[in-house]
Design a binder for this molecule. Structure first.
Ligand SMILES: *Cc1c(COP(=O)(O)O)cnc(C)c1O
Length: 230
């Protein structure tokens, strides 16, 4: 892995985030860059760490555990961005600072139970499905409200905000309406009294649009590490 190339890409992504933030009248510091390192070897993650990144997103628990072990000398903050199976809740609580992808009450309850046992407060985001595709993970707006209410009674869970993945498109502007909807949904819930400061939205193809629309976390893989092997 070419350290210089990774450093160059990190700096380019940071510059574009800053520019998009300023265009929207926001401060660039309001946006956290989460480097999505799924399928990326530990040496490349180390290079990105050297380039200043601290938050790394993984989509499979076992893969993340292996990398966390290999990189245990670095104070990396691991985030779970992919779908989390219920039977992985226990180990996920042990590893991830933030789980972006909570999409069922059952998972939330298991995270609460394991966080309690481990003496932790698990921070989570709730993943929202903005188009009703049966094959896609995520909560409907009705389910989202139910989970938010349930979470208020869970002492070991802290819901920090919302996350979404829009339908894939090569055209970044196609994502804008989805990001506007997620933000509007969040604003409406905040008006109802739920505290939801974080909006996790935006990937390599559209993170600038997401920042313009209010993202506080962008999840960027390819633009930092290059194309994943397929
Ligand atoms: C893979 C992945 C990303 C990063 O995708 P890129 O297009 O490589 O930036 C972001 N979010 C989730 C949930 C992912 O699975």
């Amino acid at each position: 892995m070419d350290e210089k190339l990774v450093a160059q890409r990190v700096s380019e992504v940071r510059g574009r985030i800053a520019q998009a933030a300023l265009q929207a009248g926001r401060s660039p510091e309001e946006v956290r860059l989460v480097a999505v390192s799924k399928e990326v070897p530990p040496e490349a993650i180390r290079a990105a760490y050297k380039a200043g990144l601290r938050y790394f997103g993984e989509s499979r628990l076992q893969e993340a555990q292996g990398k966390a072990q290999a990189l245990r000398d670095l104070p990396i903050r691991w985030h779970m961005v992919g779908h989390l199976q219920s039977n992985k809740a226990k180990h996920a609580v042990g590893l991830f600072e933030l789980i972006h992808s909570v999409d069922s009450l059952k998972l939330l309850q298991l995270l609460q139970r394991h966080a309690q046992r481990q003496g932790k407060v698990q921070e989570v985001l709730l993943q929202v499905k903005l188009v009703p595709e049966p094959t896609k993970h995520g909560l409907s707006v009705e389910e989202l409200k139910r989970l938010l209410q349930e979470a208020q009674g869970m002492e070991h869970i802290r819901v920090r905000g919302l996350m979404c993945i829009p339908p894939y498109s090569p055209e970044p502007e196609d994502s804008r309406p989805f990001y506007q909807r997620l933000r509007a949904l969040r604003d409406g819930l905040q008006a109802e009294g739920f505290e939801l400061p974080e909006l996790s939205m935006g990937m390599s193809g559209d993170y600038e649009v997401a920042v313009q629309e209010g993202a506080t976390m962008v999840r960027v893989g390819t633009a930092i590490f290059g194309e994943r092997p397929r």
